[in-house]
Design a protein around this ligand. Structure first.
Ligand code: NAD
Ligand code: WQD
Length: 340
């Protein structure tokens, strides 16, 4: 299939491009580079062994720009990663998050349908479950109250896309609810490249390990969890990338609406991650216990059985692979990608 990958220069998008080409698909990337670097696409092409990945620096809110891309290519489906994703920033800038994520997706989907492309895989998030009613979380668990505007954009966009599919059954809509993506391509050539101080645990750990930050703050050790620190379902980004390839097969089977948790089903605590990182990589990660972070929940991990049964997808990488590949990327690229 020929796939439009919005946000394809970003962390998850760049890894997904590799798995798409490995599976025999081709891709065109559309990204406004607001949170990414074109160097990632150069490196993706190098890993795949092609001259370049077709790329358009276009914003998904730019109807005319999108129209030009669709005039030049015929797409079988869109994998839609483009969006703003910083939870804390979304609390400060709710308008910007709703406008970019929701406004942008509405324009994208309209241009898609006008050009006869009615297949979309959307990057949703475990955040739509809020404080989940059941652990492990199945897709039957009701959606909850999000604690920030970023989460609401995901929850609302799920509804928007499902309503569009209900009104026009020619659409196939796959909502992938990612848990906590970490790791990097085993080559160490591409990986997560956050701007400024990382919000997420794994990039913070790797930046401490490489000497860019003094110590990790562990946000709370008084949760009702085995060691008191927060428990999450960390998933290797290459496994996550492959879930999109499997989702394309569902689209080929005309799945209508498909909603899937994408996690390993294992819950690891903050200290489990830190200890695994130190053990596997042989580097120190100084840390100290800090107060709980507002909006955090104690435990979040999924039951990924539905994705296995219906998509034939399951995670293959374990915690040791995740911490090894995260460190491989960070240690080889201490400052991320070179400035373009
Ligand atoms: P990322 O920031 O690395 O990638 C997103 C890409 O979208 C960036 O390259 C950015 O430049 C681009 N972009 C943003 N707004 C755009 C716009 N208006 N037009 C065109 N391009 C735009 O993030 P990621 O970690 O790769 O996440 C990809 C998707 O997965 C996002 O939608 C994110 O919300 C979702 N998600 C991420 C996580 C996570 O923890 N990383 C978890 C769940 C869901
Ligand atoms: C993981 C654990 C923290 C940093 C977020 C978004 C979610 C999704 C994934 C997009 C928690 C602890 C963290 C640190 C710490 N993104 N921690 N010190 O909060 O589970 O999920 O990213 O959809 O929507 O909310 O991920 O990596 O921030 O935190 O102790 O410096 O690590 O308290 O227990 P989270 P995270």
């Amino acid at each position: 299939m020929n796939i439009l990958v919005t946000g394809g220069a970003g962390f998850i998008g760049s890894h997904t491009l590799i798995e798409l080409y490995k599976a025999g698909h081709t891709a065109v990337v559309l990204d406004n580079l607001s949170n990414s670097n074109p160097e990632a696409l150069k490196r993706v092409a190098e890993i795949i062994g092609i001259r370049e990945i077709p790329f358009y620096k276009v914003d998904i809110r730019d109807r005319e720009g999108l129209g030009k891309v669709f005039a030049e290519h015929r797409f079988d489906a869109c994998i839609h990663f483009a969006g703003l994703k910083a939870v804390g920033e979304s609390v400060e800038k709710p308008w910007e998050y709703y406008e970019n994520n929701i406004g942008g997706t509405l324009v994208l989907v309209d241009v898609m349908r006008k050009n006869g492309c009615k297949n979309i895989i959307f990057s949703s998030s475990a955040t739509v479950y809020g404080d989940p009613e059941e652990i492990p979380i199945t897709e039957n668990c009701p959606k909850g109250q999000c604690t920030n505007p970023y989460g609401w954009t995901k929850s609302m966009l799920e509804q928007v896309l499902m309503d569009i599919q209900k009104a026009d059954p020619e659409w196939n809509v796959v909502l992938l609810r990612y848990f906590n993506p970490v790791g990097a391509h085993p080559s160490g050539r591409i990986g997560e490249n956050p701007n400024g101080i990382p919000n997420n645990l794994m990039p913070y750990i790797t930046q401490v390990a490489v000497g860019k930050r003094k110590e990790l703050g562990v946000f709370g050790n008084d949760y009702n969890t085995p060691d008191g620190t927060g428990v999450r379902d960390y998933i290797h980004v290459v496994d996550l990338a492959n879930a999109h390839v499997c989702a394309l097969q569902a689209i080929e089977r005309n799945c209508g609406i498909g909603i899937y948790n994408v996690g390993t089903g294992n819950g690891y605590s903050v200290l489990d991650m830190v200890k695994a990182f130190i053990r596997v990589n042989g580097v120190d990660v100084p840390y100290s216990i800090k107060p709980r972070r507002a909006g955090d929940i104690a435990t979040c991990y999924c039951n990924p059985a539905k994705a296995k049964a219906e998509l034939g997808w399951e995670a293959n990488y374990g915690i040791d692979d995740m911490v090894r590949d995260s460190w491989h990327w960070q240690s080889q690229n201490p400052d991320g990608y070179p400035e373009a």
